[in-house]
Design a protein around this ligand. Structure first.
Ligand code: PGA
Length: 250
């Protein structure tokens, strides 16, 4: 089996001002000066804190990523941020297609264009996919994930495939405290890997689980054969909880 380096990424969503973000960095780095051997760790601050956090963590091995990116390089797109701007701010990656962005109007086409724009600009991408409770209860999860993975990777340049990670995040598990069972997480992540194999080297692709990950459940989830880490929302806001989740990946 190909060995994949686990990634634990913290998605801060719309939390933390610049001073709060820097306070997090101080506390986190004091507790965990660098990622444990064999684990990669990323934080995804909101845009205003991106540059300060990237500066603060520059000499560490932590990577800093944006939460969203626009598909154009520049132009009349009020409120949007381009991939080159994210890179120039010192970040090395971005989330694309988080379900909260999709719910706010991000389309499948935009997800594909944004994966392409970000990877072409040398950013790493964590592309998020996941089904609603309605889709799961209708027994349509596999088909839903097939469609999201297929359309999301459709424009990806082959030379860029190693920059891509996929996060499986069932919408019903995000911020609810209702975590997927190990069977559900394993089955969905394996399916995501299988479908993604039409576009990238599936054996090397990292597939993360996200949705109510906590220090209590992280170890069991990340030990699953097709789960290569976690995308953590709520629990990533607290340096101590986030460090415990990172430790669970070792
Ligand atoms: P949660 O969020 O860990 O708070 O459920 C996960 C996410 O939305 O990435």
């Amino acid at each position: 089996m190909a060995s994949r380096i686990p990634l634990v990424a913290g998605n801060w969503k719309m939390h933390k001002t610049i001073p709060e973000a820097l306070e997090f960095c101080e506390a986190f780095v004091e507790q965990m000066p660098s990622p444990p051997a064999g684990v990669e760790v990323a934080v995804c601050p909101p845009f205003p804190a991106l540059h300060p956090v990237a500066q603060r963590l520059r000499r560490t091995k932590y990577w800093v990523a944006a939460q969203a990116v626009h598909e154009s390089l520049s132009g009349a797109h009020t409120g949007e941020v381009s991939a080159p701007m994210i890179g120039a701010a010192g970040a090395t990656g971005t989330l694309v297609g988080h379900s909260e962005r999709r719910a706010a109007g991000e389309t499948d086409t935009q997800v594909a264009e944004r994966v392409k724009a970000a990877t072409d600009a040398d950013l790493r991408v964590i592309m998020c996919v996941g089904e609603s409770l309605e889709v799961r209860e209708a027994g349509e999860t596999d088909g839903w994930l097939t469609a999201q993975v297929t359309s999301g990777l459709a424009l990806l340049d082959h030379a860029r495939e190693q920059q891509v990670t996929i996060a499986y995040e069932p919408i019903w598990a995000i911020g609810t405290g209702v975590v997927a069972t190990p069977d559900q997480a394993q089955e969905a992540c394996a399916h995501v890997r299988l479908v993604a194999s039409n576009f990238v080297d599936g054996a090397r692709l990292r597939v993360l689980y996200g949705g109510s990950v906590s220090p209590d459940n992280a170890g069991e989830l990340m030990a699953l054969p097709d789960v290569d880490g976690a995308l953590v929302g709520g629990a990533s806001l607290d340096p101590d909880k986030f460090a415990r989740i990172v430790e669970a990946a070792t």
